[in-house]
Design a protein around this ligand. Sequence first.
Ligand code: ADP
Length: 527
Amino acid sequence: MALSLRARHWDYLLRIGQALTAQLDLDTVLQMVLKAAVSLLDGQGGLIALRQPDGRFAIRAVYGLPVRLQDYFSILLSDIPERAGRSDFLIPDLARKLRQVALETALPLRQVVALPMFAGRDLIGVLYVFRVHGGIFTPEERQILATFADQAAIAVHNAQLYHQLATEKRRLDAILQYSADGVMVLDPAQRITVFNRALSEMTRWPVAEALGRHHDEVIQWYQLETEMDLSRAIAGGWPLTTDAGPQAPLYVEGDLRQRDGGRISVGITYAPLLDREGRLVNIIGNVRDISRFREADRLKNTFVSIISHELKTPVTIIRGYAETLSRPEAEWDKETLREGLAVIVEEAEHLNQLIDDLLDASRLQAGALSLQMEEVALDQLAERVVQRFRTQTDKHDIATRFPPDFPTVRGDPRRLEQVLNNLVSNAIKYSPDGGRIRIRGRVRPDEVVVTVTDEGIGIPAPEQSRIFEPFYRVDDPTGRRAEGVGLGLYLAKAIVEAHGGRIWVESEPGKGSAFSFTLPRHQPNER
Ligand code: ADP
């Protein structure tokens, strides 16, 4: 008996071991362990109770017993000793409790063996085996059963850990995937092993394409604000230093080159993950989109420089003329007086315009641009704008081209005139050598399109989307920068969009530009 028990014991342990390496599903492991124990003890059935997170024990597996009767067995779980060791583990009154269960369930259960399952020093569960016939175990058999229960406990414990780990990993994956910050995880060779959605959006790299690539292939800088980037820091020994202290995370900030060539300002914090021996396991990169901070910074700086330059210039001129003209000792002839006053009026106009634009821009940012809607004949409006500008230039040939029965649209005529004014004055400003300027109207089923074309200096492709940003101006390499503050197109865009339309530019440097905007033929809420 003892020999065959020992032989079977090893046989079961082997099988459980194999099952464990094959799959770590907790329910499967419990069933295997239970089946092996019942068979090992020549039992009729058995159950396994596991300690729950709240400390109580609950039945987690049943074998050889009708599952519907499971609740009757709970009584066997009462009074499981918390602090007993392997040798003195004893559930009080177990035999009496079993008789009660046998009575209530009408099952022929005579004997119960309760084996404690210890993982290390922790009691993680109890394995019960029921026998129909009695019988006494030899000390050697007891020994074998105890080791079996311990091995089974380890198997169950591992399965529990694995389950916990899998849940934890799923939780972590979800946190990573839905984090608003970009997150990437690099292996020690700096290959990307995790790349979340937010980062994919920021960099415009599809997740599947970024995975497996070297960090430097995906994270490329147009411009660095910090001294170091990751590869330079690593070349300098980061994150492993000779003195074994915790290595500080690395912060890198700058303008990232997106996959399609676009640009985004980010700050990346790289944190090393070391194992206990201090070897690098992973680098975790947290990427934050800081474009808005940068933009706010740029706006603030630009605003200050505009105030100091653009507003100061007319004020200086006005003051200079006014002082000169008002000198008590001087006698000015009428002509000089008139010219001086004309300059003052013109500069005051200029100032006024600038202040209006700044006010509009700040209203816009506060979301308080209101429209006075009425029927507007854009063709007539365009003609008025053209006539006014014709008097200001003789280098340019300005005209409108609208089809004869151009429909009216609903809009704010004062604001729409402001849009046309901006586009035409830009067309003049940015074609210093003259040329043709046209305002064309086209009619589509749902909208009208107005296009202002010029034959001026044009706009390089990368700048074309940016010129609609507040205070953005294209650098003129010749230094012949036309006057302006970079608010015109920003305001034009806001006005057009407030009408439910779109605005865009097509342009080729050296050839000219075409600014178009649409306006819906029916206001969306008037259908
Ligand atoms: P501003 O003319 O006051 O600078 P805008 O917002 O009207 O401001 O225009 C922004 C920038 O876009 C200009 O500084 C200029 O670089 C560019 N731009 C606008 N219109 C044209 C045009 N018709 N041709 C070439 N460049 C233009």
